[in-house]
Write a protein that binds this ligand. Structure first.
Ligand code: FAD
Length: 756
């Protein structure tokens, strides 16, 4: 009775009985033992109660129904409330819930409820204490993780002893972010947020839809050429206060708060046309909404494609003959590596890429402007082992400052920055220089918090502007001679589908039925290894600190000898934050909850991982269109994108071989045990390519090599949707190069008086 009264006072969303049951469930899933407290003492229930009263409000009903079902079964089976059952009976009930065996609870709902509980448990244990769980940092203490540190030394990167920062565990409340922190606010000269609510300007030369990674890099190309540019961006221009090392709130794999529009329009997904859809799953893939775009929280690996990646079809045919599956749509690019090389070089210098020339498969016409990131322990193990196997490891080139560069500081090697957004500006994004440069010309007008909802055309079928909703909810029209869609793959395509007119009845760019076709995404597989006598200290640096090998996607790799087409990058990287640790793949002999789970996560310092980034072919069966049923949660209720995507036999064979190779590398590194992570990691990978493929022939492509939509003059697509193939290499540097080149060509055309 006493306990019920105190519970009643404390909780705001759960009632006392529910709170008691939830607390007991969490304790069973993460029990107190000889190694430290369990979920009760860590106050996970307090975290969940607060979250259900706030950001997870829509899940409260789910809790109510799930708990009621559990109570019903407890009563039927054991004649008592769940809370009063013996611990072993509680465990049995939870195991049934996990497997979907609770009567009166349809299987998917039961499994999903269990998974939801587990996700919330991990957050309550390991998120910053400011969220109400992780009481007294007990969750981090159990892991022996020092919490939030904004700097690590080269010694800490390489030491064989655990880096504990002298036993001091820091949370957000312990940090003072202001002293010495470069201000992101200073670069916003010429930006007036009020402009967004004023009436649209006269007709613009260029309307940019989205001022993210692609829109942001081309804005100065146009503005400096004297063209009048209006950029319509749905996100804000973020200031220092947005960039917090808060794993739960900020990271793409947790709440992804900086991508609130993206998170309200999650695509639907089905494996094939006969299946009902479900919400899309993600490997990385939660994009951002902000001036500067998703590269604000990206991993910053900036790598070149290899020359042969631009002529995939020819290379396959010449090497192995006509072996492609009948419905495979692999093609050559309408441009070569040599066409792109000058732009790679220009961007590596202007963005600021750190790396060296030790990758034997890539030749640059100019060296990279900064030395590579520092060596780190897992990377050294990976490097030594792959060298012994005759392979060619190299430090991955990254868009992170390893020395001060162009007025921005060198990195401090904090692990609390990739997936977040850099709070110092050591990781470049367009809001740090190219957008300010464009504004400084006086030719860029920036309207933030404005969402484009339709592309407009005139009676000739030519583009004429964009309709958008301003921050007051007013519908506006911005006229433009040229409209460039740079709103990321899903949104650019959604707008094209939604903007049909009498000349484009099934959407702009779709007159030959190609819109949405040839969609490709990556399944980032990985293999973990256990090294009982090695401490890796992966929490002492960002994921930008990485070592990779290109051997298995180089032109020399004969994949058909192993029975598949394509290759993959292998890599070892830093960054292990508390929630990340709790979500890493488990060996099949470790239960996902209870003491075995707790024992496993406590051992995180001894886990190494080899990540795999595969090539992906395109097939007619993998495509994007609009979902006929589901709408976004923006209040406008516009249809979301529907992804029809499955891994095919070739991709499974490739993954099988690559996972086995990763196991071999891990064993060579000294692992005594290895286990594979999930292979189908999610259809949203942030490398979501194709759907508006570029090519010279309008019957089998959507845009020209200059990225203009074949059937809609004046409309351009700047982004991954235009890529004809999907090599196992991070795409952003190539995206930037292709878009920059297209912008250059467009400026030249307009100067010659063509096309406007
Ligand atoms: C977690 C993560 C890690 C990544 N790591 C890497 C990496 O290491 N290396 C690499 O090469 N790539 C990486 N990427 C991919 C990289 O971020 C993308 O390739 C890149 O951001 C794509 O640029 P974009 O301009 O097409 O899209 P974005 O950068 O997402 O920009 C699109 C912009 O459009 C705006 N917008 C959307 N809808 C509308 C609308 N209706 N009206 C107006 N504006 C709109 C958005 O707010 C956004 O600002 C990563 C991505 C993620 C999510």
């Amino acid at each position: 009775m006493k306990e019920a009264v105190s519970i009643e006072r404390k909780f705001v969303s759960l009632n006392p009985r529910e709170a008691r049951t939830v607390a007991i469930i969490f304790e069973r899933m993460f029990p107190a033992d000889e190694n430290g407290p369990g979920a009760t003492e860590i106050d996970v229930v307090n975290y969940v109660d607060k979250a259900l009263a706030g950001p997870y409000g829509e899940k409260l009903e789910w809790y109510r129904l799930g708990l009621a079902a559990l109570e019903r079964v407890a009563c039927q089976k054991y004649g008592t409330d769940f809370a009063d059952c013996a611990a072993s009976d509680q465990d049995e009930l939870l195991a049934e819930l996990e497997k979907g065996q609770v009567p009166d609870f349809v299987t998917p709902a039961s499994v999903a409820f269990f998974d939801l509980l587990r996700t919330h448990l991990q957050e309550g244990l390991f998120a910053d204490p400011v969220y109400g769980g992780n009481r007294n940092k007990l969750g981090w203490k159990i892991l022996n993780h020092p919490g939030v540190w904004l700097e690590n030394s080269s010694e800490e990167n390489l030491t064989s002893e655990p880096v504990t920062k002298g036993g001091k565990i820091q949370s957000l409340a312990d940090l003072d972010f202001s002293p010495g922190r470069p201000s992101r606010n200073d670069v916003r000269k010429g930006y007036d947020p009020q402009r967004s609510v004023s009436p649209p300007s006269e007709i613009a030369d260029i309307v940019l839809v989205g001022l993210g990674a692609m829109g942001g890099i081309v804005a100065p190309v146009f503005a400096k050429a004297g063209l009048k540019v209006v950029a319509i961006e749905t996100g804000p221009w973020r200031t220092n206060s947005d960039y917090l090392p808060d794993e739960l709130g900020a990271t793409y794999y947790c709440r992804a708060n900086m991508g609130s529009k993206f998170m309200r329009e999650i695509p639907r997904w089905r494996r094939n046309a006969d299946e009902p859809t479900q919400e899309a799953t993600f490997s990385l893939g939660r994009m951002m909404n902000s001036v500067g775009g998703s590269v604000i929280h990206y991993g910053a690996w900036l790598r070149r494609f290899h020359p042969h990646h631009f002529k995939s079809r020819t290379q396959i045919r010449e090497r192995w003959g006509e072996i492609l599956p009948a419905d495979c749509q692999v093609t050559d690019w309408p441009m070569t590596y040599e066409d792109i090389e000058p732009y790679y070089t220009l961007l590596e210098q202007s963005v600021g890429v750190a790396g060296d020339e030790s990758n034997p498969f890539i030749r640059r016409s100019a060296p990279l402007p900064m030395p590579p990131t520092r060596s780190f322990r897992l990377g050294e193990f990976f490097k030594d082992a792959t060298r012994r196997l005759g392979l060619h490891p190299y430090p991955v080139p990254v868009g992170i400052n390893t020395t001060p560069y162009q007025g921005r500081p060198a990195t401090t090697y904090t692990a609390w920055s990739n997936g977040f957004g850099s709070y110092t500006g050591d990781k470049w994004d367009p809001s740090l220089s190219s957008v300010p440069e464009a504004l400084a010309t006086g030719n860029l007008e920036l309207r933030t918090h404005c969402r484009v909802v339709r592309i407009l055309t005139n009676g000739d079928g030519r583009v004429s502007g964009a309709e958008y909703i301003d921050p007051n909810g007013t519908s506006r029209v911005q006229r433009g001679r040229i409209v460039i869609l740079s709103a990321y793959t899903f949104e650019s395509l959604r707008l094209m589908f939604l903007s049909g007119d009498t000349r484009h009845q099934s959407g702009l760019g779709n007159n030959s039925g190609q819109l949405g076709k040839s969609f490709m995404t990556k399944m980032f597989a990985h293999v973990n290894g256990y090294f009982p006598d090695v401490v890796f200290n992966r929490h002492t640096g960002p994921a930008a600190q990485g070592v990779v090998i290109d051997d298995f996607l180089s032109a020399e790799f004969d994949s058909m000898q192993h029975g598949f087409i394509g290759g993959a990058t292998f890599g070892a990287e830093q960054q292990f934050l508390p929630i990340q640790i709790s979500r890493e793949a488990l060996p099949s002999d470790v239960r996902r909850w209870g003491k075995p789970y707790k024992d496993h996560v406590r051992n995180w310092q001894h886990y190494g991982v080899v990540r795999i980034q595969p090539d992906t072919l395109s097939y007619t069966s993998n495509f994007l269109d609009l979902d006929p049923v589901y709408r976004d949660k923006s209040g406008l209720g516009m249809p979301v994108v529907r992804i029809t995507y499955d891994m095919r036999e070739n991709e499974h064979k490739l993954a099988d071989w690559m996972e086995a190779k990763a196991e071999e590398i891990l064993r060579e590194m000294g692992a005594v045990k290895t286990w594979r992570g999930q292979r189908f990691t999610g259809v949203g990978s942030s490398h979501d390519l194709g759907g508006a493929r570029m090519g010279n022939d309008p019957s089998c492509s959507v845009v020209s090599p200059d990225l203009e939509v074949h059937d809609t003059p004046g409309l351009y697509v700047y982004g991954g949707a235009t890529f004809p193939t999907c090599p196992g290499i991070n795409p952003t540097l190539t995206l930037w190069a292709v878009c920059y080149r297209a912008a250059d060509c467009l400026v030249k055309r307009l100067k010659r008086g063509e096309g406007a």
